[in-house]
Design a protein around this ligand. Structure first.
Ligand code: NAD
Length: 467
């Protein structure tokens, strides 16, 4: 694959020496090289973004809406090319890559329709009080490697609509589709409004501590989120942190067992389990546990795994070597602890970071596979018998991102869901997200909100005018 990959800074696509290799996780071959942003380039980009802020923040919101819609249209025109790039760098099946690209188009269009609230009143003394939402300045948007485009668009769309300027940084593992979007966007925004930089491990910390950056919108692991928060403290940056999850799924005994087991199989293993809101602990009622486990394990054994570009593939490789090694170590530890595998548990040699979906049979609640976020194709099934018991066990986690309840009785399911200490509860589904609905993590899953009007407001601060 021949690619011209150029960072976008101050309206210019930069031809720089490309030194950082990007691998296809299905083959471990280098498919491209990208430039490693220097401190000087970051400083210059921050300056350009600061210089562009005044003009962009004062353009009528209708103009900013139109630019976001134009970006959506541009991405749609190039959807197939972007999907292929995503599959090559990220590993997932092409159908899922296409869904991600079209999801970004939908997000851009939906966010473009949002408005910022204004409140006005006159008090008893005749004084006028009006409050509007103003943008913050330069936003650093930092994305992970599991959904590179989605998690970039979740940040840049509301940030730009609100009138901020943006410096976007993709993960060094998956920079290609994002940099191609930068190329497509280059003529759509005034210079300095949208900048996209790629680099190695130093770039993120430089951004999160940079005095010229007003806000960091970050998605990634909880450990990195803590580092981001610490780095942002000396300059008091606004922060949105969307971090790890260890979502529980609670399966009640009144469900259609086969249908639910098959749906939850994809709920756990979509994108080879590398989804923050994947079902990562599946609590199944004792009365149906054995049948559920049988259907679920059969689905795991039958799932076609291979390169995402291959027709009919359901599961691709794990995205990168460090993650592959982490998941392999967790599988080995699960074996060593004597827990039983109903499917998977063996990892073939390379090339490619392929791990067949692994299902663990009712390990104890303190097993690593229950307590930790594996972020890969391995999931435990856990027996329960009482609602109070399962709610307590589901909530006994440092994470609080999402959770799901599966039952034929929707009222019962909602009542159980309301007791979960998480930001999003799905009833008889997982993974459904919408640009109009807030998405937030509780506990160690994050701070702040993405999506919905609440997510948009996070890129603003109130300005009250008196008189
Ligand atoms: P990560 O934390 O390693 O990296 C995320 C991003 O931060 C990358 O761009 C990386 O280069 C950058 N980064 C790394 N160290 C940094 C530092 N010190 N300062 C600033 N930036 C830094 O995460 P990952 O491995 O790419 O992604 C997997 C994790 O992300 C999982 O824990 C998953 O649950 C989480 N995630 C959460 C959500 C959510 O919305 N809550 C969505 C997707 C993924």
């Amino acid at each position: 694959m021949t690619l011209t990959i150029r960072p976008l800074s101050d309206g210019h696509l930069l031809d720089l020496p490309a030194t950082l290799p990007v691998l296809d996780p299905a083959t471990e071959e280098v498919i491209a090289r990208v430039p490693d942003c220097t401190r000087e380039l970051l400083d210059a980009t921050v300056q350009a973004a600061q210089a562009a802020f005044d003009g962009w923040s004062r353009t009528p919101i209708e103009h900013r809406r139109a630019r976001l819609e134009a970006l959506g249209a541009r991405i749609k025109e190039h959807a197939e090319e972007l999907a292929l790039l995503l599959t090559r760098e990220q590993g997932r099946p092409l159908a899922l890559a296409r869904a991600e690209v079209l999801g970004c188009v939908h997000w851009l269009r939906s966010v473009a329709k949002m408005s910022l609230p204004v409140t006005e009143r006159t008090d008893q003394a005749g004084v006028n009080w009006s409050t509007r939402r103003v943008p913050l300045g330069v936003v650093a948007a930092i994305a992970p490697w599991n959904f590179p485009l989605t998690l970039a668009v979740w940040k840049l769309a509301p940030a730009l609509l609100a009138g901020n300027t943006v410096i976007l940084k993709p993960s060094p593992f998956t920079p290609l589709a994002t940099l191609r979007v930068a190329e497509l966007a280059a003529d759509l925004f005034p210079a300095g409004v949208l900048n996209v930089l790629c680099g190695g491990d130093a770039l993120g910390p430089w951004m999160t501590s940079h005095a010229g950056i007003a806000k960091v919108a970050f998605t990634g692991s909880t450990a990195t989120g803590r580092r981001v928060m610490a780095a942002a403290a000396p300059t008091l940056k606004h922060l949105t942190l969307e971090l790890g999850g260890n979502d529980a799924a609670i399966v009640m005994p009144d469900v259609d067992v086969t249908k639910t087991a098959r749906k939850l199989f994809m709920g756990a293993f979509l994108n080879s389990g590398q989804v923050c809101i994947a079902a990562k602990r599946i609590y199944v009622h004792d009365a149906i546990y054995d049948t559920f486990a049988q259907v679920f394990a059969a689905a795991a054994k039958a799932a076609p795994m291979g390169p995402g570009t291959q027709e009919g593939v359901l599961l691709g490789p794990v995205q990168n070597r460090p993650q592959y090694e982490r998941v392999k170590e967790l599988i080995a530890a699960t074996h060593a602890a004597g827990h039983r595998f109903l499917a998977g548990g063996e990892v073939p040699g390379g090339p490619g970071y392929f791990i067949p979906p692994a299902v663990v049979d009712n390990p104890p609640d303190d097993a690593r596979i229950v307590v930790e976020e594996p972020f890969g194709p391995i999931v435990p099934l856990l027996r329960f018998s009482e609602v109070d018991e399962v709610v307590r066990r589901a909530n006994d986690s440092e994470f609080g991102l999402g959770g799901s309840v599966w039952s034929d009785d929707a009222a019962q399911a909602r009542a159980i869901g309301a007791r979960l200490e998480v930001g999003t509860v799905w009833i008889n589904s997982v993974h459904l997200l919408d640009p109009q609905s807030p998405f937030a993590g509780r506990k160690q899953s994050g701070i702040g909100v993405e999506n919905g009007i609440e997510g948009l407001l996070e890129f603003t601060t109130p300005q009250t005018m008196v008189g």
